[in-house]
Design a protein around this ligand. Structure first.
Ligand code: FES
Length: 347
Protein backbone atom coordinates (compact mmCIF):
# COMPACT_ATOMS: atom_id res chain seq x y z
CA UNK A 1 0.00 0.00 0.00
CA UNK A 2 2.72 2.47 1.00
CA UNK A 3 5.54 0.68 -0.77
CA UNK A 4 7.28 3.00 -3.23
CA UNK A 5 10.33 0.95 -4.23
CA UNK A 6 11.02 -0.86 -7.47
CA UNK A 7 11.76 -4.29 -6.06
CA UNK A 8 8.95 -6.71 -6.91
CA UNK A 9 7.79 -7.92 -3.50
CA UNK A 10 6.65 -11.25 -4.92
CA UNK A 11 10.16 -12.17 -6.08
CA UNK A 12 12.11 -14.79 -4.12
CA UNK A 13 15.11 -12.53 -3.46
CA UNK A 14 12.87 -9.90 -1.86
CA UNK A 15 11.09 -12.60 0.14
CA UNK A 16 14.48 -13.93 1.33
CA UNK A 17 15.31 -10.50 2.77
CA UNK A 18 12.10 -9.07 4.17
CA UNK A 19 12.25 -10.95 7.47
CA UNK A 20 16.03 -10.70 7.97
CA UNK A 21 18.14 -8.19 9.88
CA UNK A 22 19.96 -5.50 7.89
CA UNK A 23 22.38 -2.77 8.97
CA UNK A 24 20.85 0.62 8.07
CA UNK A 25 22.97 3.19 9.96
CA UNK A 26 25.72 3.76 12.49
CA UNK A 27 24.35 4.06 16.05
CA UNK A 28 26.12 7.40 16.46
CA UNK A 29 24.20 8.82 13.49
CA UNK A 30 20.85 8.63 15.29
CA UNK A 31 20.82 11.47 17.79
CA UNK A 32 18.46 11.79 20.75
CA UNK A 33 16.50 14.77 19.42
CA UNK A 34 16.65 14.22 15.70
CA UNK A 35 14.96 11.52 13.61
CA UNK A 36 16.97 10.06 10.76
CA UNK A 37 15.68 8.98 7.36
CA UNK A 38 16.99 5.73 5.85
CA UNK A 39 15.80 3.42 3.11
CA UNK A 40 15.62 -0.38 3.20
CA UNK A 41 14.24 -2.73 0.54
CA UNK A 42 12.55 0.17 -1.21
CA UNK A 43 10.87 1.38 2.00
CA UNK A 44 11.48 4.85 3.41
CA UNK A 45 12.02 4.51 7.15
CA UNK A 46 12.49 6.89 10.04
CA UNK A 47 14.84 5.99 12.92
CA UNK A 48 14.42 7.78 16.22
CA UNK A 49 15.27 7.34 19.92
CA UNK A 50 12.60 7.26 22.63
CA UNK A 51 12.93 8.40 26.26
CA UNK A 52 14.97 5.31 27.21
CA UNK A 53 17.38 5.86 24.30
CA UNK A 54 15.98 2.82 22.53
CA UNK A 55 15.99 3.08 18.76
CA UNK A 56 12.71 2.73 16.84
CA UNK A 57 12.28 2.07 13.12
CA UNK A 58 8.98 3.13 11.59
CA UNK A 59 7.71 3.68 8.10
CA UNK A 60 8.61 7.29 7.23
CA UNK A 61 4.97 8.27 6.96
CA UNK A 62 2.27 9.86 9.08
CA UNK A 63 -1.16 8.43 8.27
CA UNK A 64 -2.96 11.70 9.09
CA UNK A 65 -1.98 13.49 5.86
CA UNK A 66 1.03 11.49 4.66
CA UNK A 67 4.22 13.56 5.24
CA UNK A 68 7.58 12.10 6.20
CA UNK A 69 7.99 11.78 9.96
CA UNK A 70 11.76 12.14 9.52
CA UNK A 71 11.12 15.87 8.86
CA UNK A 72 9.79 16.17 12.40
CA UNK A 73 11.62 16.11 15.73
CA UNK A 74 11.81 14.19 19.00
CA UNK A 75 10.37 15.98 22.04
CA UNK A 76 10.33 14.47 25.53
CA UNK A 77 11.17 11.07 24.06
CA UNK A 78 8.27 11.14 21.59
CA UNK A 79 8.24 11.63 17.83
CA UNK A 80 6.49 14.77 16.64
CA UNK A 81 5.05 14.93 13.12
CA UNK A 82 6.30 17.99 11.16
CA UNK A 83 2.86 18.85 9.73
CA UNK A 84 0.31 19.25 12.58
CA UNK A 85 2.55 18.38 15.53
CA UNK A 86 0.85 15.16 16.57
CA UNK A 87 3.08 13.27 18.99
CA UNK A 88 3.66 9.52 19.14
CA UNK A 89 5.20 7.39 21.86
CA UNK A 90 7.40 4.37 21.14
CA UNK A 91 4.33 2.09 21.07
CA UNK A 92 2.99 4.17 18.19
CA UNK A 93 0.18 5.67 20.31
CA UNK A 94 -0.82 9.22 19.45
CA UNK A 95 -0.46 11.08 22.76
CA UNK A 96 -1.14 14.64 21.63
CA UNK A 97 -3.15 16.40 18.90
CA UNK A 98 -2.25 20.09 19.44
CA UNK A 99 -5.43 21.33 17.69
CA UNK A 100 -7.51 19.33 20.22
CA UNK A 101 -5.30 19.01 23.30
CA UNK A 102 -8.18 17.90 25.53
CA UNK A 103 -9.14 14.92 23.42
CA UNK A 104 -7.32 11.59 23.32
CA UNK A 105 -5.44 10.92 20.08
CA UNK A 106 -6.87 8.72 17.33
CA UNK A 107 -6.02 5.02 17.10
CA UNK A 108 -2.54 4.39 15.72
CA UNK A 109 -3.90 1.78 13.34
CA UNK A 110 -3.32 3.09 9.76
CA UNK A 111 -1.44 6.04 11.30
CA UNK A 112 1.93 4.53 12.26
CA UNK A 113 3.71 1.44 10.90
CA UNK A 114 6.39 -0.05 13.16
CA UNK A 115 9.25 -2.35 12.23
CA UNK A 116 11.86 -4.22 14.30
CA UNK A 117 15.04 -2.42 15.39
CA UNK A 118 18.14 -3.46 17.40
CA UNK A 119 21.58 -2.02 18.09
CA UNK A 120 24.76 -4.06 18.08
CA UNK A 121 28.41 -3.53 17.10
CA UNK A 122 27.79 0.22 16.75
CA UNK A 123 25.18 -0.36 14.05
CA UNK A 124 21.42 -0.04 13.88
CA UNK A 125 19.80 -3.15 12.45
CA UNK A 126 16.27 -3.22 11.07
CA UNK A 127 14.02 -6.09 10.08
CA UNK A 128 10.84 -5.14 8.21
CA UNK A 129 8.82 -8.17 9.31
CA UNK A 130 8.95 -10.70 12.16
CA UNK A 131 12.66 -11.73 12.20
CA UNK A 132 13.33 -15.25 10.95
CA UNK A 133 16.89 -15.34 12.37
CA UNK A 134 18.79 -13.69 15.21
CA UNK A 135 21.40 -10.98 14.72
CA UNK A 136 24.70 -12.31 13.32
CA UNK A 137 27.73 -12.71 15.59
CA UNK A 138 31.09 -11.00 15.15
CA UNK A 139 33.40 -13.37 17.10
CA UNK A 140 36.21 -10.85 17.68
CA UNK A 141 33.96 -8.05 19.01
CA UNK A 142 34.61 -8.79 22.71
CA UNK A 143 38.23 -9.84 22.18
CA UNK A 144 40.59 -7.00 23.16
CA UNK A 145 43.46 -8.65 21.30
CA UNK A 146 41.77 -7.42 18.13
CA UNK A 147 41.78 -3.79 17.10
CA UNK A 148 38.45 -2.88 15.51
CA UNK A 149 38.19 -0.32 12.72
CA UNK A 150 35.07 0.86 10.90
CA UNK A 151 35.47 1.32 7.14
CA UNK A 152 32.97 2.70 4.65
CA UNK A 153 30.16 3.22 4.15
CA UNK A 154 30.59 2.54 0.45
CA UNK A 155 27.68 3.49 -1.80
CA UNK A 156 27.14 1.13 -4.74
CA UNK A 157 24.59 1.48 -7.53
CA UNK A 158 24.30 -2.28 -7.36
CA UNK A 159 22.26 -5.04 -5.80
CA UNK A 160 23.26 -5.96 -2.22
CA UNK A 161 23.30 -9.71 -2.95
CA UNK A 162 25.62 -9.18 -5.93
CA UNK A 163 27.89 -7.13 -3.64
CA UNK A 164 27.92 -9.85 -0.99
CA UNK A 165 28.66 -12.59 -3.50
CA UNK A 166 31.62 -10.53 -4.71
CA UNK A 167 32.90 -10.27 -1.13
CA UNK A 168 33.03 -14.07 -0.70
CA UNK A 169 34.66 -14.70 -4.13
CA UNK A 170 38.49 -14.80 -3.94
CA UNK A 171 38.96 -15.88 -7.58
CA UNK A 172 38.47 -12.27 -8.72
CA UNK A 173 41.41 -11.01 -6.63
CA UNK A 174 44.20 -11.11 -9.28
CA UNK A 175 42.09 -9.24 -11.84
CA UNK A 176 40.10 -6.71 -9.84
CA UNK A 177 42.83 -6.08 -7.24
CA UNK A 178 45.98 -6.63 -9.36
CA UNK A 179 49.34 -6.78 -7.54
CA UNK A 180 47.52 -6.18 -4.28
CA UNK A 181 45.50 -9.32 -3.63
CA UNK A 182 46.76 -11.39 -6.58
CA UNK A 183 48.97 -11.46 -9.67
CA UNK A 184 47.04 -10.88 -12.95
CA UNK A 185 49.78 -12.49 -15.07
CA UNK A 186 50.23 -15.49 -12.79
CA UNK A 187 46.86 -16.09 -11.10
CA UNK A 188 47.10 -18.89 -8.61
CA UNK A 189 44.67 -21.80 -9.11
CA UNK A 190 42.21 -22.13 -6.23
CA UNK A 191 42.27 -25.51 -4.57
CA UNK A 192 38.95 -27.28 -4.15
CA UNK A 193 37.14 -26.23 -0.99
CA UNK A 194 33.94 -27.28 0.73
CA UNK A 195 30.94 -25.34 2.01
CA UNK A 196 28.81 -26.34 4.98
CA UNK A 197 25.48 -25.02 6.27
CA UNK A 198 24.50 -24.80 9.94
CA UNK A 199 22.16 -22.65 12.03
CA UNK A 200 24.66 -19.74 11.83
CA UNK A 201 24.78 -19.77 8.04
CA UNK A 202 27.17 -20.97 5.32
CA UNK A 203 30.86 -21.60 5.95
CA UNK A 204 33.72 -22.37 3.58
CA UNK A 205 36.68 -24.54 4.43
CA UNK A 206 40.08 -22.85 4.23
CA UNK A 207 40.93 -21.23 0.89
CA UNK A 208 44.62 -20.45 0.16
CA UNK A 209 45.40 -17.25 -1.77
CA UNK A 210 48.80 -15.72 -2.58
CA UNK A 211 48.74 -11.97 -2.00
CA UNK A 212 51.69 -9.96 -3.33
CA UNK A 213 51.06 -6.92 -1.16
CA UNK A 214 50.01 -8.77 2.02
CA UNK A 215 48.17 -6.95 4.75
CA UNK A 216 49.05 -3.25 4.45
CA UNK A 217 52.79 -3.81 4.89
CA UNK A 218 53.80 -4.70 1.33
CA UNK A 219 55.09 -8.15 2.36
CA UNK A 220 53.90 -11.00 0.08
CA UNK A 221 51.88 -13.56 2.05
CA UNK A 222 50.26 -16.92 1.55
CA UNK A 223 46.91 -16.02 3.05
CA UNK A 224 44.29 -18.55 4.12
CA UNK A 225 40.66 -17.44 4.15
CA UNK A 226 37.64 -18.90 5.91
CA UNK A 227 34.42 -17.28 4.70
CA UNK A 228 31.02 -17.30 6.37
CA UNK A 229 27.68 -15.91 5.25
CA UNK A 230 25.85 -15.22 8.49
CA UNK A 231 22.71 -13.58 7.13
CA UNK A 232 21.58 -12.86 3.57
CA UNK A 233 23.29 -9.45 3.71
CA UNK A 234 26.00 -10.18 6.30
CA UNK A 235 29.27 -11.98 5.57
CA UNK A 236 32.53 -12.46 7.40
CA UNK A 237 36.02 -13.72 6.71
CA UNK A 238 38.90 -14.68 8.95
CA UNK A 239 42.21 -14.47 7.13
CA UNK A 240 45.37 -16.03 8.49
CA UNK A 241 48.67 -14.73 7.23
CA UNK A 242 50.86 -16.75 9.59
CA UNK A 243 50.23 -19.01 12.55
CA UNK A 244 48.77 -16.30 14.75
CA UNK A 245 48.08 -13.28 12.58
CA UNK A 246 44.44 -12.73 11.83
CA UNK A 247 42.70 -10.16 9.70
CA UNK A 248 38.92 -10.41 9.95
CA UNK A 249 36.24 -8.47 8.15
CA UNK A 250 32.56 -8.19 9.06
CA UNK A 251 30.69 -7.11 5.94
CA UNK A 252 27.16 -5.78 5.74
CA UNK A 253 25.32 -4.57 2.66
CA UNK A 254 22.12 -2.58 3.16
CA UNK A 255 19.69 -3.49 0.36
CA UNK A 256 18.45 0.06 -0.18
CA UNK A 257 16.60 -0.95 -3.32
CA UNK A 258 17.03 -3.66 -5.94
CA UNK A 259 19.93 -1.84 -7.64
CA UNK A 260 21.38 0.20 -4.79
CA UNK A 261 23.21 -0.81 -1.63
CA UNK A 262 25.43 0.60 1.12
CA UNK A 263 28.40 -1.42 2.37
CA UNK A 264 29.54 -1.20 5.99
CA UNK A 265 32.70 -2.89 7.28
CA UNK A 266 34.25 -3.65 10.63
CA UNK A 267 37.84 -4.82 10.30
CA UNK A 268 39.34 -6.73 13.28
CA UNK A 269 43.16 -7.10 13.34
CA UNK A 270 45.40 -8.78 15.92
CA UNK A 271 48.75 -7.61 14.48
CA UNK A 272 50.54 -4.43 13.41
CA UNK A 273 49.86 -2.10 16.35
CA UNK A 274 51.90 0.52 14.50
CA UNK A 275 49.58 0.46 11.48
CA UNK A 276 47.86 3.82 11.22
CA UNK A 277 44.15 4.26 10.73
CA UNK A 278 44.93 5.88 7.37
CA UNK A 279 46.91 2.82 6.22
CA UNK A 280 44.06 0.50 7.14
CA UNK A 281 41.34 2.67 5.63
CA UNK A 282 43.19 3.51 2.43
CA UNK A 283 43.61 -0.22 1.68
CA UNK A 284 39.91 -0.90 2.30
CA UNK A 285 38.84 2.16 0.31
CA UNK A 286 40.98 1.11 -2.65
CA UNK A 287 39.70 -2.50 -2.65
CA UNK A 288 36.04 -1.54 -2.36
CA UNK A 289 36.40 1.13 -5.03
CA UNK A 290 37.99 -1.44 -7.36
CA UNK A 291 35.09 -3.82 -6.65
CA UNK A 292 32.45 -1.12 -7.10
CA UNK A 293 32.72 -0.57 -10.84
CA UNK A 294 32.65 -4.34 -11.54
CA UNK A 295 29.66 -5.05 -9.29
CA UNK A 296 27.77 -2.04 -10.64
CA UNK A 297 28.26 -3.38 -14.17
CA UNK A 298 26.78 -6.84 -13.50
CA UNK A 299 23.64 -7.79 -15.42
CA UNK A 300 21.05 -8.71 -14.55
CA UNK A 301 21.37 -6.32 -11.64
CA UNK A 302 19.64 -8.75 -9.29
CA UNK A 303 21.40 -11.97 -8.28
CA UNK A 304 19.86 -14.90 -10.18
CA UNK A 305 18.79 -17.54 -7.64
CA UNK A 306 18.11 -20.29 -10.15
CA UNK A 307 21.25 -22.51 -9.98
CA UNK A 308 20.96 -23.00 -13.75
CA UNK A 309 21.31 -19.27 -14.40
CA UNK A 310 24.87 -18.13 -15.27
CA UNK A 311 27.81 -20.57 -15.34
CA UNK A 312 29.51 -22.06 -12.31
CA UNK A 313 32.91 -23.68 -11.76
CA UNK A 314 34.44 -25.21 -8.61
CA UNK A 315 35.81 -21.90 -7.37
CA UNK A 316 32.24 -20.50 -7.38
CA UNK A 317 31.07 -23.07 -4.82
CA UNK A 318 30.46 -20.52 -2.03
CA UNK A 319 28.49 -18.22 -4.33
CA UNK A 320 26.44 -21.09 -5.71
CA UNK A 321 25.54 -22.34 -2.21
CA UNK A 322 24.65 -18.76 -1.27
CA UNK A 323 22.18 -18.60 -4.18
CA UNK A 324 20.67 -21.95 -3.18
CA UNK A 325 20.35 -20.83 0.45
CA UNK A 326 18.67 -17.56 -0.55
CA UNK A 327 16.25 -19.47 -2.77
CA UNK A 328 15.34 -21.77 0.13
CA UNK A 329 14.92 -18.81 2.50
CA UNK A 330 12.77 -17.02 -0.05
CA UNK A 331 10.56 -20.06 -0.67
CA UNK A 332 10.14 -20.65 3.09
CA UNK A 333 9.22 -16.97 3.63
CA UNK A 334 6.82 -16.98 0.71
CA UNK A 335 4.95 -20.08 1.93
CA UNK A 336 4.89 -18.65 5.49
CA UNK A 337 3.39 -15.42 4.15
CA UNK A 338 0.84 -17.35 2.07
CA UNK A 339 -0.25 -19.31 5.14
CA UNK A 340 -0.60 -16.07 7.10
CA UNK A 341 -2.63 -14.46 4.30
CA UNK A 342 -4.93 -17.50 4.10
CA UNK A 343 -5.37 -17.41 7.86
CA UNK A 344 -6.36 -13.75 7.87
CA UNK A 345 -8.79 -14.35 4.95
CA UNK A 346 -10.53 -17.19 6.82
CA UNK A 347 -10.79 -15.24 10.10
FE1 FES B 1 1.06 14.13 10.68
FE2 FES B 1 -1.00 15.81 10.44
S1 FES B 1 0.13 14.86 8.90
S2 FES B 1 0.03 15.20 12.22
Amino acid sequence: MLYNGEWNREELDYQALVNQWHVVALSEDVEASKPKAVRLLGEDLVLWRDESGQVNAWKDYCGHRGPKLSLGCVKQGQLECPYHGWRFNSQGDCTLVPAHPDRSGPSSERLIFRHFAEERYGYIWVCLEQPARSLPELPQWEDDAYRKVYAGPYYYKANALRALENFIDPSHFPFVHPNLNGLPDAPEPLKKYTVSLDERGLHSSEIAVFQPYGDHRGIPVNARYNYSILNPTTAYFKKKTGQIERFCTFFNATPVDEAECIIWLIVAINFGPDLTLEQILSRQNLVFEQDRHIVESQRPARLPLDPKAEMHVNSDRMGLEYRRWLKNLGEAARSRNLIQQNRSVSL
